[in-house]
Design a protein around this ligand. Structure first.
Ligand code: AMP
Length: 408
């Protein structure tokens, strides 16, 4: 399908061209015509599917250029807010809309100055939006289109009471578009109330990035994960990689250990200041750091092109997080590799992930790595073998034979 058949105006199509997109992604194909009709949308689509353009393009076609906030995009993190703003600014270069992102941690004076100059499309994190609204700096009384981006994440992060307050501040007659990576019954029960008689748009997470990503499991004793990661990186040679850990503390520790081993690494998580995080992301984008250590919350929206590898230093408990993580690579038609370091106690979550993504991941070893003193996981699990046989439970002694495909 082509963008031309979706009903977009010439100006907005010029925006598409400026973004460099030639063909719509599935979520764009499904959502744009519905959004242009003015219907509410309930979309199950994760980052990496092209969802941002799916809501920005029709939104910007439907709102006038007059410097009053007619469209509001609410999103959980600063990183997402700035990414949405960036994409909207490219489209605005053709349509003439005034676009602004407001988020916590950003100084007030420039925001206020730009708000006073007039804004058509406002992108905001919930806290800062309420803050500015309560001070009388933002007028939401003319909002015609509301987009709730990563709604499940906002729920997870405890923002939903804020989002509910925002909903009450908006005119009841409006179009609502809700994007969420997951639409489980629990999530739906809460966030589903934000949309009226919506058209469901489903981009199955399993079919989008997962198929384009080669996925491998590297069984290893928990205490040797860092060592194995360093060996793996040496084997990979050239990479732009994101490594995920379960906690901020583990991210910091791993980052420090990697640096010690000579890896150009940096970390991004919620304990770091806004400016630190921005600098880290810029350094990663420019290639100064080839590796970024991240936690799930912060990495959800990181949109960096050309990520070759996603490495799960820790296997996430929730399959959605796995799908999100590996969606950082193989974006928009590229291919990528996802590697999971699997410790013995992570078999259960791995099995769960495999059930959700519908495939058994191939196990590998790093050739020449000294897998020592461990409850030994087996690396010979082929595509059909059951995960139950993955760990054999033997103890392997230092100095033993090692290498890819080795049996324990
Ligand atoms: P998103 O899901 O909105 O975070 O988008 C994921 C990535 O896909 C971003 O880097 C976009 O720039 C890119 N993208 C979105 N739509 C298209 C398209 N139609 N063609 C090519 N790339 C796209």
């Amino acid at each position: 399908m082509e963008f031309t058949v979706l009903g977009l105006s010439e100006e907005v199509r010029a925006g598409v061209t400026a973004l460099g997109y030639t063909k719509p992604t599935p979520v764009q194909e499904q959502a744009i015509p519905v959004a242009l009709r003015g219907d509410d949308i309930l979309a199950c689509a994760q980052t990496g599917t092209g969802k941002t353009a799916a809501f920005l393009l029709p939104t910007m076609q439907r709102i006038p250029v007059e410097g009053r906030i007619r469209a509001l995009v609410v999103t959980p993190t600063r990183e997402l807010a700035t990414q949405i703003e960036e994409e909207a600014l490219v489209i605005a270069g053709q349509t003439g809309h005034a676009v602004l992102a407001v988020y916590g941690g950003m100084p007030y004076p420039p925001q206020l100055k730009r708000l006073r100059a007039g804004v058509d499309l406002l992108v905001a994190t919930p806290g800062r939006l309420l803050d500015l609204q309560s001070k009388g700096d933002i007028d939401l009384s003319e909002v015609e289109i509301l987009v709730l981006d990563e709604a499940d994440r906002m729920l997870d992060m405890g923002f939903w009471p804020d989002v509910s307050r925002i909903l009450r501040l908006l005119p009841p007659q409006r179009q609502n578009m809700l994007f969420s990576a997951t639409l489980s019954d629990d999530v739906l029960r809460v966030i589903g109330k934000a949309v009226h008689d919506p058209v469901r748009v489903d981009v199955s997470p399993a079919s989008v990035p997962v198929d384009a990503v080669e996925q491998y499991v590297y069984p290893v004793n928990a205490s040797q994960k860092t060592e194995l990661l360093v060996a793996l990186l040496e084997e990979i040679d050239e990479y732009r990689a994101i490594v995920f850990t379960r906690t901020k503390q583990r991210a910091d520790r791993l980052d420090a250990a990697l640096r010690k081993s000579g890896v150009h690494s940096d970390t991004v998580h919620s304990d770091r200041s806004q400016s630190q995080r921005e600098r880290t992301l810029a350094d990663f984008k420019s290639g100064k750091h080839a590796l970024l250590v991240a936690t799930d919350v912060m990495a959800r929206g990181i949109d960096v092109e050309g990520v070759t590898h996603v490495i799960n230093y820790d296997i996430p408990d929730r399959p959605e997080d796995y799908v999100h993580r590996i969606g950082r690579t193989a974006r928009a038609g590229e291919t990528g590799v996802a590697i999971s370091l699997l410790a013995h106690d992570e078999l259960e979550p791995l099995r769960h992930i495999e059930r959700v993504v519908g495939k058994t991941m191939e196990s590998r070893d790093v050739e020449g790595f000294d897998y020592m003193d461990r409850i030994v996981p087996r690396a010979d699990r082929g595509a059909t073998a059951s995960t139950r046989t993955l760990f054999s439970g033997g103890v392997h002694r230092r100095g033993g034979r090692s290498g890819r495909g080795r049996r324990f």
